[in-house]
Ligand binder design. Sequence first.
Ligand code: PGA
Length: 264
Amino acid sequence: MKVIIRDDAKTASVWAARHIVAKINAKAARTSEPFILGLCTGSTPIDTYAELIKLCKAGEVSFRNVITFNMDEYVGLPESHPESYHSFMFRYLFDHIDIPRENIHILNGNAPDLAAECAAYEKAIEKAGGFDFFLGGIGEDGHIAFNEPFSPLNSRTRVVTLTEDTRIVNSRFFDNDMNQVPKQALSVGVATVTDSREVVILAFGPKKARAIKDAVEGPFSHVCTVSALQNHQNGIIVCDEAAAGELKVNSYKYFKAVEAAEKF
Ligand code: PGA
């Protein structure tokens, strides 16, 4: 695992977007195969998406040969609800880039058979060739996608029950009323994410500092599901100074030195 630390969320987001663009363009230069991209929602990726839109409009990247799969969706929330992850993705990214509609995949939290929906999603990812790149966030409790603490680290896409903590945190999008936050979601599993050939996790602000400390310095454990990235060959956590605030000084210095030496 590598950790990239930037002064603030804005510069970290620009780094992440440019990194994704470089990966899309590198694959396009060597093959006509599509680039398979996993995407997340939440407050954290918004600036990264804004930068991707800017780069697409500037002609520095095209999403015509990119296939996306989002990591999760609430169960029972209408797709048209402004806080559904369907709405989020079109509002902050898809409506503003050149991706064909048929290349976009988001779990259907209103499917009549949720287990079948999840199984079909895993199959579709596999059929597409598996993820080249997964962009994720991290919950205050260390969750990756909606893999709450104690989710198996070998989990696959499935129905999950959200913790009360996550529903309280997400109530900021639902009139600060946790009763409006769905109790369940469909989520890719931890292993669905870590199977990706590269994973980049964004974490900004002091509220993420404990989760980053647990993910980077804590044990490889289902208690903090992002810790699964410790076993990944191409896993990068991109954070701002605030989210890195609880790392030990030695860890902080080490990751800065690695970045300076390897210039990634
Ligand atoms: P946030 O959510 O970006 O809104 O903080 C991240 C997450 O819960 O994974």
